[in-house]
Ligand binder design. Structure first.
Ligand code: PAF
Length: 279
């Protein structure tokens, strides 16, 4: 595997490649990321991964400095997956000057749910992803459904800018007890880790209630929030939304059998976890 930090070198290395499959990451790779590499391999060749902890998507009081950086271990994992190039730019490589041109997602998608609790997050994500796409020029790029809203925003960005990159969605990788794999799970104490599956269990309960015909979605959401709060979580939201645009479904949408997803973010101790489940 070639490890490249400069944009020019990356372009040289990938010149003439028409079927590149790309997986952008922030490192601290776990089995979920590796499943994205495997999916990428099924959709293109060569597989290119990136590791870049993107300052633009972290708020002032978020965990940019303490975000886990495990570069050597990540390299070994990517080598085992047969990744051809790891693009690992420094901040100076990717942002040699202040990144003043930004991608601003539409408010109705970018400022709700995660965007409400992490202002500027999707501006930072979209900007870095567009820039990484410009560097790698992939034919396909793989994103996990765990970051459901991120996936939708990137997909819409690719469509609206007519990018020549197809966005592929990968299913969420879960631990045996249901907890969605995330780099931030490493922040959990052993006690918190044992409580962490409640988030997914709560989503499963919500999904079961909706599937069984419950139409008072506000009541279902409130019950889920209370369940988390009673177990010492600090939930930001539990929201039942339309898969198509992440807006709240109307009674008519429910009657029409609109495809739904329930999304949640909640803090356990000082660790903020997100998860979702298609209903
Ligand atoms: O999901 C992530 O790890 C990041 O948001 C991404 C897509 C690599 C952009 O920094």
């Amino acid at each position: 595997m070639k490890i490249i930090s400069s944009i020019d070198e990356l372009r040289d290395q990938l010149s003439g490649q028409l079927r590149t499959a790309f997986v952008p990451t922030m490192g601290n790779l776990h089995e979920g990321h590796l499943s994205l590499m495997r999916l990428a391999r099924r959709h293109g060749d060569p597989v290119v991964a990136s590791i870049f902890v993107n300052r633009l998507q972290f708020g002032p009081n978020e965990d940019f400095d303490k975000y886990p950086r495990t570069f050597q271990a990540d390299i070994e994992k990517l080598e085992k997956e047969g990744v051809y190039v790891l693009f690992a730019p420094t901040e100076k490589d990717l942002y040699p000057e202040p990144q003043e041109y930004r991608v601003q997602p539409p408010n109705d998608l970018g400022d709700i749910l995660e965007g409400e609790f992490r202002p500027g997050f999707f501006n930072g994500v979209s900007t870095v992803v567009l820039k990484l796409f410009s560097c790698v020029q992939p034919r396909v790029a793989v994103f996990g459904k765990k970051d459901y809203q991120q996936l939708m925003i990137i997909r819409k960005m690719a469509k609206q800018f007519a990018l020549p990159t197809e966005i592929i969605a990968a299913e969420t990788w879960r631990a045996e007890d249901g907890l969605a794999l995330s780099s931030r799970n490493g922040y959990l104490s052993p006690t918190e880790r044992s409580k962490a599956p409640l988030l997914y269990q709560t989503l499963q309960q919500v999904a079961a209630q909706v599937r069984s015909g419950q139409t008072d979605l506000a009541a279902v959401e409130q019950e889920a929030l209370a369940q988390l709060a009673n177990a010492d979580w600090k939930p930001d939201y539990v929201a039942i939304r339309k898969r198509a645009n992440l807006q709240a479904p109307s009674a008519q949408d429910l009657a029409n059998g609109e495809a739904l997803v329930v999304l949640s973010a909640a803090k356990l101790g000082s660790t903020r976890l997100i998860d979702n489940l298609e209903i």
